[in-house]
Design a protein around this ligand. Structure first.
Ligand SMILES: Cc1ncc(COP(=O)(O)O)c(C=O)c1O
Length: 401
């Protein structure tokens, strides 16, 4: 985990400590900035904690969209878990990293013919269907290959979790999933493609960065009613996929609070499914990777205006989109802490030619100087994967330590 030791921010594991600047120098042969640093030991521990939180058998399908660094995929593959993918590219990446096709579920509202073909050819566990037209497309393509393809319906349970509107996905106004009114049409399509489609389950994912248990409970219980109803109608359902979405506090790192959330989540899911006779799947992303990565950056300039003091970094919205996309909060910490320094109120910004390129506003923190190094914390999920080439500053480096 990332922590201070003798005023240096670095990676701590038991008795051992390595400062972030040392990690970067060791790994890259020289100091380089900006760079994402991932803590491999912490990733591994988090996965173990996640598994332990459940007292029922549960099949974990890592949402690879949260972080697809090859070493992280290698680590999770070795740990024996599966994947949730949302594109043909992610599917190819998963297969390249030796994930077993029968441990891969394919979600996403806009699957193209090529992507569906890849999923059918690869014999993955299930395609999570998001619309009637998608079901028809899969039916037609399955028929052409004479395979019977396993599909699950992604349900929109119309639950609105308390999270940023851009990351809710299970509310009636979102493009994701299907409510009960779709079911008659879906059943007709299943009948038409009886020999090519096999409805194996239901799936849901109500959003991300959710820290309350009630929305999960409500969404799963609503969907379980539909599941039982379909079974009663003769559909041989076997899988119930609860999606991902468990969040964390970005404002502070509190190990006890993190543990409490995970324990509550595990207990809730275990309780709901304690007598379930099928296979429970889940698709965690953020919870496995967010805390396990930081983005290290160098202060280029300190610029004072009448109303603000800006700390201008060599990284910004092109490497970490979350603050500008979701007004997300990330702690920014100096690599070398010095309590003797005065505290100053900064707007921490990037070099991109957009006023939205702000990593953090009004950060009252230790005085920063030109060339100082800072770490943007909890950047392991939805960080590097969303990086883009806007303004052509070049790709961001990533290292796993
Ligand atoms: C279908 C699906 N499953 C799982 C996830 C992972 O969510 P999280 O990272 O919040 O666990 C997402 C994220 O967007 C998703 O769209």
């Amino acid at each position: 985990m990332f922590s201070y030791c003798e005023n240096q921010l670095g990676i701590v594991d038991g008795e051992s400590f390595i400062s972030l600047s040392e990690c970067i120098r060791e790994k890259l042969g020289q100091y380089e900035s900006p760079v994402y640093v991932y803590d491999k030991m912490a990733l591994s521990k988090k996965l173990t904690e996640f598994k332990k939180a459940f007292s029922i058998p549960i099949s974990i399908h890592y949402a690879l969209k949260s972080n697809s660094h090859p070493e992280i995929l290698g680590l999770f593959n070795e740990a024996g878990i599966g994947l949730d993918v949302v594109s043909g590219g992610e599917l190819s990446l998963g297969l390249k990293h030796n994930f077993k096709p029968k441990q891969i579920v394919f979600s996403g509202v806009g699957k193209t013919k090529q992507e569906i073909k890849k999923a059918i050819d690869s014999d993955i566990l299930q395609i999570n269907i998001e619309s009637p037209q998608e079901l028809i497309r899969v039916g037609q393509m399955a028929k052409a290959t004479s395979k019977k393809v396993d599909v699950a319906f992604r349900v929109n349970p119309d639950v609105n979790p308390d999270t940023h509107p851009y990351i809710t996905t299970g509310f009636r106004e979102n493009k994701f999933g299907m409510d009960e009114s779709f079911f008659p049409e879906l059943k007709e399509i299943l009948k038409t493609y009886e020999s090519s489609l096999n409805l194996v389950g239901l799936t849901l994912h109500i959003g991300s960065q959710i820290k309350e248990m009630l929305p999960f409970k409500e969404a799963i219980e609503k969907t379980l009613v539909q599941y039982r109803q379909l079974q009663a109608e003769g559909y041989d359902l076997k899988t119930f996929d609860i999606g991902g979405g468990l969040g964390l506090s970005y404002e502070k790192e509190d190990a006890a609070e993190d543990a409490r959330l995970l324990t509550e989540y595990g207990a809730l899911i275990s309780d709901i499914f304690k007598n379930f006779d099928g296979q429970v799947l889940c698709e965690p992303g953020r919870i496995l990777t967010a805390r396990q990565g930081v983005l290290v950056s160098q202060v280029q300039y300190i610029k004072k205006t009448e109303s603000k003091v800006f700390a201008i970094l060599d990284t910004g919205m092109h490497h970490l989109m979350r603050p500008c996309l979701y007004q997300a909060y990330h702690r920014v910490l100096p690599l070398v802490a010095d309590t003797a320094k005065p505290k100053i109120n900064y707007d921490i910004v990037g070099p991109i030619c957009e006023s939205s390129d702000v990593i953090g506003r009004d950060r009252y923190m230790q005085e920063l100087k030109q060339d100082d190094l800072v770490a943007i914390m909890d950047a392991g999920a939805y960080g590097a994967v969303m990086a883009n080439s806007y303004n052509e500053h070049g790709p961001v480096t990533e290292i796993v330590v």
